[in-house]
Design a protein around this ligand. Structure first.
Ligand code: SAM
Length: 272
């Protein structure tokens, strides 16, 4: 019998997102500092990767559970927690579309920074995030914005142009960056519209290497870009894709010595 492959899981286990996340740590900390995390707060970090935001949440004293679909990132997160001596931080595998292993109304704060947006079935994802949040608790999402001129939307746009067309019925993760779509999903999960707030925020990628080397990290370790390079290579167009991404990273870079590239995202706050 062949095991069924979950393409969503396969995409994120294909690379090694820790190599990208290493360049996101200071923005992760800065973002968490704005979330009102206090000692003993029960936090679910969903699509947590290896803990860019889960680690600072735990360092502020919260009781943090990180849930991610990728087994390699869960293992990397648990290794970081152990190395940092954070006994209040634990990572486990799970799928944002079905969190049935988690009880109703069990978290004060559900955080998902560029995480749950990558799960399929966005209405199920919104319903699950609402279900596990305590009444009076909050959900905070960070979502990339479609057609935004800053880095990540442009990487995904360029990559998509080289990748095969998505399967029929595929809902782009980038729709989580459209306010009306986000409202519709949370309203369908029973949240009144006036409990859903939007803000633009900035996440900065910082690496001690030039932009061309930073492109290499995405090419070799970031699932969506790896897939685009696989498709481009099959068409003999990988050098073209590399050049397009290098131009993008050069244009957006604000550092003379290495790479520092800010990227705008939509911060969604839902109060239950
Ligand atoms: C761009 S990374 C962000 C990781 C982390 N939040 C950070 O900021 O470093 C996207 C993460 O979402 C996870 N993910 C994708 N689909 C998921 C799903 N259906 N359920 C849970 N996690 C998912 C991926 O495995 C990956 O760790």
């Amino acid at each position: 019998m062949t095991a069924t492959t979950n393409p969503n899981k396969a995409l994120w286990e294909k690379g090694d997102f820790t190599r990208i996340a290493d360049q996101m740590r200071s923005s992760g900390e800065a973002l968490v500092a704005k979330l009102g995390v206090t000692e003993g707060l029960r936090v679910l970090d969903l699509g947590c990767g290896d803990g860019t935001t889960a680690v600072p949440e735990a360092q502020l004293g919260a009781e943090v559970l990180g849930v991610d679909i990728a087994a390699n990132l869960v293992a990397a997160g648990n290794a970081r927690a152990e190395q940092l001596g954070l006994t209040n931080l634990h990572f486990q595998e799970g799928d944002a579309t079905d969190l049935s292993e988690l009880d109703d109304e069990s978290f004060d704060l559900v955080v998902s920074i560029f995480g749950a947006m990558f799960a399929p079935k966005p209405f199920d994802v919104a319903a699950e995030m609402v279900r596990v949040t305590k009444p009076g608790g909050r959900i905070v999402m960070g979502n990339w914005i479609p057609n935004d001129p800053t880095l990540v939307a442009q990487i995904l746009k360029i990559s998509a142009a080289y990748a095969p067309p998505p399967p029929e019925g595929f809902i782009s993760p980038m729709t989580w960056g459209i306010e009306d779509e986000v409202s519709e999903r949370f309203e369908a999960a029973g949240v009144p519209n006036d409990q859903i707030a939007f803000e633009r925020d900035t996440f900065t990628f910082e690496a001690p290497v030039p932009p061309s080397e930073f492109v290499g990290l995405f090419r070799d370790y970031y699932g969506p870009t790896m897939n685009a390079f696989d498709a481009a290579r099959a068409d003999g167009r990988d050098a073209e894709l590399q050049a397009e991404l290098e131009d993008l990273f050069d244009e957006k870079n604000e550092s003379d010595e290495g790479t520092r590239i800010p990227a705008t995202f939509l911060r969604v706050t839902v109060t239950r």
